[in-house]
Design a protein around this ligand. Sequence first.
Ligand SMILES: Cc1ncc(COP(=O)(O)O)c(C=O)c1O
Length: 373
Amino acid sequence: MNENMKNVGKPIVKRGILDIEAYIGGKSAVPGVANPIKMSSNENPLGCSPMAEAAFLASAPRLNRYPDGKAAPLRAAIARHFDLEPERLIFGAGSDELYILLAQIYLEPGDNIVQAKHAFLSYAISARACQARVKEAEQADLHIDVDAMLAQVDARTKLVFIGNPDNPTGSWLSGQEIRRLHAGLPSNIVLVVDEAYGDFARSEDFEPMLAFARDKDNVIVTRTFSKLYGLAALRIGWAYAPSDMIEAMERIRLPFNTTIPAQEAATAALEDQDFVERAISENARWRSWLIEQLTALGLKVWPSQTNFVLVRFPDAPGRTAHEAEAFLAARGYIVRGLGNYRLPGYVRITVGLEPHNRALVELLAEFLGGTNG
Ligand SMILES: Cc1ncc(COP(=O)(O)O)c(C=O)c1O
């Protein structure tokens, strides 16, 4: 080494990294409020399956062991349950990790991804970390617009992301619209269909895209155990993709990225279909109730196929989204303001347990000066 190479200043973080805004999750605490009710992170208010909890606890004596990097029993269980080829699955520390892997295997500096303007924040973080650009499609009435997405595609586009159903809007595209999006893409561009909330969707025009992906070379579908299955703490998600995409991701995946407790709890969670059905039906029931009640308060509430609702607050001082969030927080209810999704007039509310949904609506009625005020 040449002496001139020494003393040339501090290590420099590569270009673009410090322009990334770090992900901020839903708040879980309010200063001065003991045990607040958290309706900000789309977690399952019922907890998780008792069978999953038992499997988690039963793994405790093996905490000294490394996990099976290929998650063989969970892989077999998912393949059986969803009728998929086991070798076409990959597991991540949450589905979040899978977006990082995708970005790393496809994006070179100057490439880009296409996503909806208000898309889930992780896609863009993963892309920017690879010095790729993020091209955003406008969303009329907060719907993903297939034509606007296709119009953003250019020669440097490598990945196209859709959340279906979408976070934070709760909206969804029909299977037909996703097919149209796919048909409009050049064959070398990967379509990522993020179905983190797909388990909750029961609308007739919603279509899980796992079967569609089977004979496609450029479609990956991601899923998670964080939402319906109530295992957010364990960080475990998965994806179904073409074999060569899986193989490339496997080259760089951390060898032990999913843990023994997570794999075993997830396997048990999948088996407990009673819990799953109860969680889906409770969510659907209280989601409809919340939409109805919040609409009756004069708020605009978006249709949702997820476990949350998107609510627009008036611009009038004293009634804004920001003030609603603070009002609720001071009374022990945490909801998600959406300033960092560039939706400052909106709040996202996770469907909760009956008493919490009822209390939340009463508090908002009071906030808006309604009948319960
Ligand atoms: C749309 C969407 N995709 C993916 C995820 C990631 O979930 P996880 O990393 O917990 O699997 C989330 C979590 O909030 C989400 O909202």
